[in-house]
Every structure is written in C-alpha cells, then in structure tokens.
Design a protein around this ligand. Structure first.
Ligand code: CAA
Length: 275
C-alpha cells in the first residue's frame, strides 16, 4: 500500500494533469519544485512559461527556509525547446529580445542562492537542454534525451547553449552536438559530462533525495560554494583561487561555520541556521 509520501506524489501528479497553469509550484519541506506544465507541446518554452518560471523563482527567493529547487517537466518531456510556433515569425529584434529573456532566466537559475537540480525524465532539447544546464546538478532518467537541435530549424541555440555546453563538455563535443544537432541518451550525456548523475528509478524521487542531502548542509556554505564555482569557472586559475580564498574566509564570519565545526568535534549532527 502507498505510504503518506507516495500519496502526496500521486495527488501532485494528478494535480499536474488537471491544472491549466503552465508552471506548477509546490513546496516539499525546504525544497521547492517547479514543474513546467505544457505536456501537449512537450513543455516548449514560450513567453508565458518563461514569465511563470520567473514568478516561481521569485517565490523561492522570498522563502528564507528554502534550501533547494527542483526543476522538472510534466509528462514525457523535460522541455523540447523554445516554442517553435511562437518563434516562427519573429523579426531579428524580437528574436534578440526572446533570447535575452531566455538567457536572463537561465542566468537567474544559475545565480540562485539555493542549490538547483534539473530532474530530466525525457526530452531536454534546445532551450530545454539550456535550462537544464543552468541548474547546478543535472539528473537524467533512463529515458532522458539531450541535444541542441537548432540547426535543424536553421537557427543556433539562443538561451545560452553554445556557451554553457562548451563549458560543461568542452569544445570538441560541444561543436559535434551543436553542428549535427544529434540527440543523445542519458548514457552518452553522462559519459561526456553533461549529466551529473544518471538515475535508474524515478528521476523526481532521486532529485528529492539529492535536495534532502543538500538541505542539511550549511546554507551559507552552499551559497558561497555555488559562487566560487559559477563565478570563477572561466577565470584564470590564480584569480579563481583568490576568489576562493575570500569566500572561504567569509565562511568564518558565520554561525554556520562555528556550528559545523563544533558539531563535528562534539560528534553530533550540526544544526545550521543559515547565518
Ligand atoms: N515548440 C513547439 N511545439 C513543440 C516543440 C517545440 N520546441 N516540440 C514539440 N512540440 C509539439 C509538437 O509540435 C507536437 O504538437 P502537436 O501535437 O500539436 O502537433 C507535440 O509537441 C508533440 O510533439 P511530436 O509529435 O513531435 O512528438 P514526438 O514524440 O514525435 O517527437 C521530438 C518528439 C523529437 C522532441 C520532436 O517534437 C521535436 O523534434 N521537437 C522539436 C525539438 C527542437 O527542435 N527543439 C529546439 C527548439 S529551438 C530552441 O530551443 C532555440 C533556443 O535555443 C532558444
């Protein structure tokens, strides 16, 4: 028989099927879950979805107890890309504004103070792959598929794909994926370093597990660790190390550092407050 938690999930998934909202928001303990909910269009990103995701991020940022954010898609896709029907008649100026909107959303995801986890159960193509890559941890299920197939449409990635892919997987693999537009499975995505982990069971459950794991760490450390990595991934080693030293030092101004080290030495669990 299903336990209380399983029932909550069944009800949540039922709610996804029944709701008209293009992005669903749910809070599960200290974890926020945003589900892109346009399953009939494979969760393609149009202006409405992007605005709703932005609003979802506002909720997470306003919550002092938030510790993680999971981003996922309803139905068989994570996100099959930017909405082609909406893009078809864009002028160059409108296309630039649309790309700026998508890039700003991806930048905002990457800069969130809490850990962000993409739970990819199906297609993560084009803008979907770009959004997943803006998350800190990218989990892919058995059926996950990734790609930057924009060249098939006569365009290039516009929500950061050429830039984030090259940083995740290196120039030769990024050029292969962007120039051929080929779609890869979770095994290949893991092998090339696009995926953080491949998950054999339910990808959302796995994402919740990762979120729970992170939720008990020091929140300030999570925030500063993210900054050290995201803000310095492209820096020369010396300036990256200098930034790391400053952020490391900043940890020693916090109660979390005192509590974390005291708890270790007293052989007890740390009770972090995020201060
Ligand atoms: N935009 C708008 N609608 C989309 C879509 C997209 N990106 N992807 C899928 N859909 C719609 C389809 O048009 C279809 O709608 P209808 O039922 O009304 O015809 C519905 O979703 C289901 O799609 P399919 O019937 O095609 O499903 P499938 O299982 O046969 O194929 C797929 C799945 C391989 C993902 C295929 O849908 C596909 O190739 N989609 C487009 C992928 C793509 O090119 N993405 C990049 C978009 S451009 C971009 O993202 C630019 C950027 O960087 C900002």
């Amino acid at each position: 028989m299903a336990g209380q938690e399983e029932w909550a999930w069944i009800l949540y998934l039922w709610g996804c099927l029944m709701s008209d909202a293009v992005v669903l928001h749910e809070k599960l303990g200290s974890t926020h879950l945003l589900t892109i909910n346009r399953p009939k269009a494979l969760n393609a990103l149009n202006a409405e979805v992007i605005a709703a995701l932005d609003a979802g991020l506002d909720l997470v940022e306003a919550d002092p107890d938030a510790r993680a954010l999971i981003l996922t898609g309803a139905g068989k896709a994570f996100v099959a890309g930017a909405d082609i029907a909406q893009m078809r008649d864009l002028t160059p100026d409108q296309a630039e504004a649309f790309a700026a909107q998508g890039q700003r959303l991806a930048d905002r995801m990457a800069a969130m103070s809490v850990a962000t986890i993409a739970a990819v159960g199906g297609f993560a193509l084009g803008g979907g792959c770009e959004l997943a890559m803006a998350c800190d941890i990218l989990l892919g299920g058995e059926a996950a598929k990734f790609g930057q197939p924009e060249v098939n449409l006569g365009v290039i990635p516009g929500f950061g794909g050429t830039q984030r892919l090259v940083r995740r997987v290196g120039l030769s693999v990024a050029l292969d994926l962007c120039l051929t537009g080929r779609i890869i499975d979770a095994d290949e995505a893991l092998r090339i370093g696009l995926l953080s982990r491949k998950v054999s069971g339910d990808v959302l459950e796995a994402a919740r597990g990762v979120a729970d794991e992170i939720a008990v760490k020091g929140p300030v450390a999570i925030r500063l660790c993210k900054r050290a990595l995201h803000e310095n991934a492209d820096s020369p080693l010396a300036s990256g190390l200098a930034a790391e030293r400053k952020l490391f030092a900043a940890c020693f101004e916090t109660s979390d550092q005192k509590e974390g080290m005291a708890a270790f030495l007293e052989r007890r669990k740390a009770n972090f407050t995020g201060r």
